[in-house]
Write a protein that binds this ligand. Structure first.
Ligand code: NDP
Length: 332
């Protein structure tokens, strides 16, 4: 059936300026790392994208290697874009990245000019797009001079194939350096995509968040729910329909559900209930209480999860006592 987006979608979402730029991102963005592979039906993928957009989630985040197989998430997204979202292209922020292994040989990984620009062309082809809104260097490649990566990102913008550029998982020092290099090209570093959650706070301890604010660069936090650990999913064991069970050997390992971690999650869950939130909602609110966090980049296996998570926006305020309890619950 022809898709017609929910007319009230923009009343439900918050939009935040990304650093010092004029671009606003939704407080919640949807990532296609999981649940968009060849193993997932197109109809389940369609349901997720439609639900997201209907909730005002205007930003979809991809990468060249999302699948499996690598590239399949972009191909599926491209099909659904053609079928459902083409009339809404100018209402969408679509990002992709290059950095991890994509094709064999010395030019299929890293952050060389050769790889980044070839990969961007491939991504555009798979998605059937003329341009992406944001193109990222997905990871640091110690062997490539940062000047070369910056020049390639600048060229992506100058050629019109990307409107903005970003970096992911770069250290604080490298982030500051990349911002300076891009400035030489008169191109701002729009955004940084680091991991960040109640359980993983390296962006605070490393000074990255402070540096991003100083540079006028936005921050979009990936795996804000710690891949599902910060939801009610694992409170009473490992369900069959969970990422941990389905993708054994993946990065969400059973060892992460240690007795200590489980206890933390249970205590956090109790606190969330006292706040009138689910654990997932509290985990997202906790990140979004800081305006330097432009957006939280969530994943979802079912549309209902998006419904639940979007209601995090109803309560972004924490008392000092609540913040202290959260810190105590996750302390080693
Ligand atoms: P999350 O931490 O948001 O985990 C999402 C998973 O948690 C879902 O797939 C689902 O898993 C579970 N979940 C979500 N909401 C609920 C809920 N309300 N109740 C119960 N379970 C829930 O993020 P992801 O790990 O999916 O990563 C998000 C995005 O971040 C990626 O798609 C990608 O775009 C980006 N990313 C970027 C990286 C980078 O290097 N730049 C690295 C990793 C991610 P289940 O299947 O168990 O239901």
């Amino acid at each position: 059936m022809t898709y017609c987006a929910n007319a009230s979608r923009y009343g439900q979402m918050q939009y935040r300026y990304c650093g010092n730029s004029g671009l606003q991102l939704p407080a919640l963005s949807l990532g296609l790392w999981h649940n968009f592979s060849d193993g997932h039906s197109l109809s389940s993928q369609r349901a997720l994208l439609r639900k997201a957009f209907d909730l005002g989630i205007t930003h979809f985040d991809l990468a060249n290697n999302y699948g499996p197989p690598p590239g399949s998430a972009e191909s599926h997204f491209g099909r659904l874009l053609q079928q459902d979202f083409l009339p809404y292209r100018d209402q969408l922020i679509i990002s992709t990245k290059a950095g991890y292994d994509m094709w064999p040989g010395p030019y299929g990984s890293g952050s060389s000019r050769k790889y980044l620009l070839a990969s961007l062309d491939q991504s555009l082809k798979r998605m059937g797009l003329d341009y992406v809104d944001i193109f990222y260097s997905h990871r640091v490649d110690e062997h490539t001079p940062m000047e070369e990566t910056a020049a390639a990102l600048a060229q992506a913008v100058q050629s019109g194939k990307a409107l903005y550029v970003g970096i992911s998982s770069y250290s604080t020092d490298r982030t500051v350096k990349m911002a300076a290099l891009l400035r030489e090209w008169k191109i701002p570093l729009l955004i940084h995509q680091p991991s960040y959650s109640i359980l993983n706070r390296w962006v605070e301890s490393s000074g990255l968040l402070d540096a991003l604010e100083q540079q006028g660069t936005g921050c979009i936090a990936f795996t804000p729910l710690a891949q599902g650990l910060l939801t009610n999913k694992y409170l009473h064991g490992i369900p069959e329909d969970s990422r941990m069970k389905r993708e054994q050997g993946g990065s969400l390992k059973e060892s992460m559900l240690s007795a200590r971690n489980l206890q933390s999650i249970q205590l956090l869950n109790q606190l969330a209930q006292q706040r009138g939130q689910t654990l997932a909602q509290m985990a997202l609110s906790w990140l979004l209480k800081d305006n330097r966090v432009t957006s939280v980049l969530i994943g979802a296996s079912r549309p209902e999860q998006l419904e639940e998570n979007s209601q995090a926006l109803n309560n972004l305020t924490f008392s000092a006592a609540e913040l202290q309890q959260i810190d105590e619950h996750v302390a080693d």
